[in-house]
Ligand binder design. Sequence first.
Ligand code: NAD
Ligand code: DAU
Length: 334
Amino acid sequence: MKLLVCGGAGFIGSTFVRQRVMEYGDEVTVLDKLTYAGREENLADLLPERGFRFIRGAIEDAEAVPAAIRASDADAIVNFAAETHVDRSIAEPDAFVRTHALGTYVLLEAARERELRYLQVSTDEVYGSIEEGTFTEESPLRPSSPYSATKTGADLLVQSYFHTYGLPVTICRGSNNYGPYQYPEKLIPLMVLNALHGDPLPVYGDGMQVRNWIHARDFARAIGHVLEHGKLGEVYNAGGPDEEANIEVVRRIIELTGASESLIEHVADRPGHDRRYSLSSEKVRALGWEPEVRFDEGLAETVEWYRANEAWWGPIRSGDYRAYYERQYGQALG
Ligand code: NAD
Ligand code: DAU
């Protein structure tokens, strides 16, 4: 396939692009705005590959998008581009509205112009929180943060282009991803790096919130699978094989890094914090996908990756991230 991958310089996008270029021989053009979370370094190993191209640009830019489509000669657009951190959406929602609403609209219009396949990468957070049981694709949409509400809006717009214009779309909703190259604002890399540095480990509230963890390589494979085998107009959930309470995740990270339990600090809870996410993936499993990485094994591998890749996280942890951390947690990183 020839793909235009928007947001391909981020955590999951770069994992997907690496798979498609290296394992599937696809031609991939990445269009990415390079926000704080987007890093060309995430794609450095792909630069010498034939068929890989990087373009810096925003999905809400109505000139940059058609130009990138022309340059890539793409058959399909896969859209990862998003603002992805819930805490930032609570503090400053504007970029979330712009990227998810306007950006998705600009991409859909460009796809419509050329009758391209379109896959929207989405999240379990569109369903809101669930105390017991699991969400299916038929569950009502009840997003609770500006992040998840704007992601939900984008999903609805994508579906409207299928119903109204017959645009060949699919949506793939993932649960909480983890793995190499994840920006350290998110729970797992934040705790790993703080543990390695002897910084406090800030657990929101009682730490009993549950997340359904999926390795980014498994989610990336699910997205490729939906692109190749999914029925047009349909939504597919891709959830990980394991659920875990946050405090347990933090305890395992402490074991894996050899840090002290005394670093755990219970801090003020996130406003509107969703208690539990859980996704049923029966529909995508019926297409032949299943997750390969169990959480124990994937977490150990991830901790080792962060240990070995200071060259990747060093510049982040000594840059703008420090100021963000101080704003968010009211204390400086050591
Ligand atoms: P990320 O924050 O690591 O990367 C986002 C990428 O999008 C960055 O490269 C950034 O530069 C780019 N970007 C942001 N705004 C843009 C814009 N306006 N134009 C072009 N590029 C822009 O995010 P991630 O964790 O890799 O998430 C990727 C996608 O997967 C998102 O759509 C997210 O909602 C979805 N998702 C994430 C998770 C998770 O646990 N991380 C789970 C399910 C779904
Ligand atoms: O569920 C999929 C979603 O997972 C994605 O759509 C989002 O883009 C992604 O950011 C993620 O959202 P969460 O809010 O679940 O992830 P985060 O890593 O921010 O937090 C995971 C849990 O850990 C959550 O219950 C909040 C808690 N937490 C997080 C941080 C950063 C803490 O207790 N302390 C922290 O410092």
